[in-house]
Design a protein around this ligand. Structure first.
Ligand code: PAF
Length: 290
């Protein structure tokens, strides 16, 4: 496995990207905050399938953490991440310092009203402005042809798709399906925070969502199906369910009936850890409206 080249400043990054383009290669970006797992590596696979030059960014973005959140203790191990990226066929790691992304005098904030306030935005005020701003910055710095994000953070994905379209950014957004442990738990860097006992309980979360998705697809009442999922998650030992909602996949507008392809979004807390998940829910054939 060859060592992966790392750049920390925009001039070096642009020189590498320009050299790849001069060779006729398309450029893909996989933005990450490190603490890489198989879910991230599957995004690298998608990037490699679409571009001849794959850049991963590693930046724990302070702007998307509220005071009191886990910015300081967010898992950081650049050497481990570099080895994983090299093994996944990444061509270049962009790992900027905070001052490179947010130099003195930085003032701009990118917000996507209407998609950012509910769900994760309600639990983490300001989070999506931080995400939207850093992703816009990364697009400007790397100037990729394609960028790959995980479906695991569905609301984030919807916001990034919206801002890319609204701002006419010349980048194609690709989405990678959620990767899961064998018991169904979605891979997440934050799973590392779970104690063994919490990890054992955590599998009840995706199981409850699978059951709700199946009930919805079979035509059961939306409110009753979502309430049953909440009860099952709590009964399994979760401390709180922040939301279980059925929404339109792009606008995130809540749906009272499954009359079109939809997304089931959920967040629940176990101990000090908040877990997120989401599933596609498609009405059984013949129940599509219009
Ligand atoms: O999903 C993440 O890891 C982050 O929110 C992202 C997209 C890299 C922006 O910091």
């Amino acid at each position: 496995m060859s060592a992966i080249q790392t750049v920390r400043d925009v001039a070096s990054l642009r020189a590498q990207v320009a050299a790849a383009r001069a060779e006729g290669r398309q450029v893909a970006l996989v933005p990450t905050m490190g603490a890489l797992h198989a879910g991230h590596l599957s995004l690298l696979d998608i990037a490699r399938a679409h571009a001849g030059f794959v850049v991963a960014s590693l930046f724990v973005n302070p702007a998307q953490f509220a005071p009191g959140e886990d910015f300081a203790r967010y898992p950081r191990d650049e050497a481990r991440d570099r080895a994983l990226l090299a093994g996944a066929g990444c061509d270049l790691l962009f790992a900027p310092e905070v001052e490179t992304v947010y130099p003195p005098g930085f003032r701009t904030s990118v917000t996507v009203p209407g998609l950012s306030e509910a769900f994760e935005g309600a639990a983490r005020p300001g989070h999506f402005a931080g995400v939207a701003t850093v992703v816009t910055k990364l697009f400007g710095m790397v100037q990729p042809d394609v960028a790959v994000f995980g479906e695991k953070d569905w609301q984030q994905l919807a916001i990034i798709r919206r801002l890319t379209a609204d701002l006419d950014l010349p980048v194609t957004i690709l989405a990678g399906p959620t990767r899961r442990d064998p018991d169904g738990l979605a891979l997440s860097s934050r799973n590392a925070y779970l104690s063994p006992a919490e990890r054992a309980v955590a599998a009840a979360f995706p199981r409850a969502l699978q059951e709700a998705a199946a009930a919805l697809a079979a035509g059961r009442d939306v409110g009753a199906s979502l309430a049953a999922a909440e009860r099952a998650i709590r009964a399994a030992g979760f401390d709180a369910v922040d939301y279980v909602a059925l929404v339109a996949p792009d606008t995130l507008a809540p749906l009272a009936a499954l009359d079109r392809p939809a997304r089931l979004l959920a967040a629940a807390r176990i101990g000090a850890t908040r877990l997120l998940d989401n599933l596609e829910v498609v009405p059984a054939t013949g129940e599509l409206g219009g």
